[in-house]
Design a protein around this ligand. Structure first.
Ligand SMILES: C[S@@+](CC[C@H](N)C(=O)[O-])C[C@H]1O[C@@H](n2cnc3c(N)ncnc32)[C@H](O)[C@@H]1O
Ligand SMILES: CC(C)=CCC/C(C)=C/COP(=O)(O)OP(=O)(O)O
Ligand SMILES: [Mg+2]
Length: 296
């Protein structure tokens, strides 16, 4: 083809130019999430159409569950787990700072888009989600169309370490349980690049606790289960400090997530990873944290 010829790109052509996985590992992760269809995620999402791939926080409302003998008990338990997962997103959104409808936010590693939809519903803003999985991006875009918000909420297949967002164009961004798939220095550098000075970055993540020493056997088990690479709390703080992201809040959510796991362990939707989360949270080797940082 004559390289001197420039052709105007339609949006479809432009999206076809988005590079694929940057390395074989990212290819594995794209395949993993393209194939994922666990009932614990789909049945919870079916409760109200918000599909999450993260865990829950807050006290279990035991009164709402009734007793295991009730015919509706399992349905109520699923609704309760889902309520706790959406409560987790609400806490993340609480830490984004003042957001207006004119702002654009980035949901880095957006999954099926539950957090993106909730952010738009709260702030009226635009939300750009990125995921390695084409199945997830299609799912999220279909939900946005069904909700009539596809002019504000969009998912793209894109590596979050190399996004198309312009330097300094984004009011706030987050990783909701998606930072354990990437190098943290590369990740914080990319958020720092596209965030406005004064913008806010938030992560909710599981991290290993430097006070414990090294990653415990439970942490290794979680890594193997999800093909991820859990970082330490210290690595998060260092990567932020090195990339003009200054922590404004560091909140240990471990006590708040344990009730979710203990309830989930009693459900029919268990996946086999519940013991590793419960035991590592209890022995102190693993922590569930929220870190909110100012882009300075
Ligand atoms: C556990 S899911 C979390 C999804 C979502 N944040 C949520 O709370 O529902 C992890 C997500 O990270 C995404 N991910 C992992 N590595 C990525 C990368 N390099 N670029 C973009 N997305 C990535 C996966 O595609 C997946 O959507
Ligand atoms: C806190 C840590 C270490 C998270 C690892 C990333 C991850 C897989 C999150 C949940 O996804 P999911 O909702 O698809 O998982 P599950 O099927 O277990 O609910
Ligand atoms: Mg889940």
């Amino acid at each position: 083809m004559d390289s001197s010829v420039t052709t105007e790109l339609t949006p479809t052509d432009a999206s076809a130019l988005i590079p694929g996985p940057a390395n074989p590992y990212q290819g594995d992760i794209a395949r993993y999430w393209n194939a994922e269809a666990r009932p614990v995620n789909l049945r919870l999402g079916d409760v109200d159409g918000l599909y999450h791939h993260h865990y829950g926080i807050g006290a279990v409302d035991h009164a709402s569950l009734g007793t295991p003998e009730d015919s509706e008990y399992e349905k109520k338990l699923i609704a309760e787990l889902h309520r706790l997962e959406s409560a987790q997103t609400e806490v993340l959104l609480d830490h984004l700072g003042p957001i207006t409808a004119a702002d654009t936010l980035v949901d880095a590693g957006c999954g099926r888009g539950g957090s993106s939809v909730m952010a738009h519903q709260r702030f009226g803003c635009k939300v750009e989600g990125v995921t390695l999985s084409s199945t997830q991006a299609e799912f999220g875009n279909r939900r946005a169309r069904e909700l009539g918000i596809d002019d504000h909420v969009r998912a793209q297949v894109c590596n979050m370490l190399d996004t198309p967002f312009e330097k300094g164009s984004i009011a706030a961004s987050w990783n909701n349980e998606s930072s354990m798939y990437v190098d943290l220095d590369d990740l914080m550098a990319e958020h720092s690049r596209f965030l406005k000075v004064g913008g806010r970055y938030v992560t909710i993540t599981g991290c290993w606790n430097p006070k414990y020493g090294q990653p415990s056997k439970w942490v290794s088990q979680i890594n193997a289960h999800f093909e991820c690479n859990i970082h330490s709390r210290r690595e998060y703080l260092k990567a932020m400090a090195d990339n003009r992201l200054v922590p404004q809040a560091v909140i240990d959510l471990t006590p708040d997530t344990l009730p979710y796991w203990e309830l989930r362990a009693t459900s029919s939707l268990v996946t086999g990873i519940e013991e590793a989360f419960i035991e590592s949270y209890k022995d102190g080797s693993f922590q569930y944290v929220l870190i909110a940082a100012d882009r300075v």
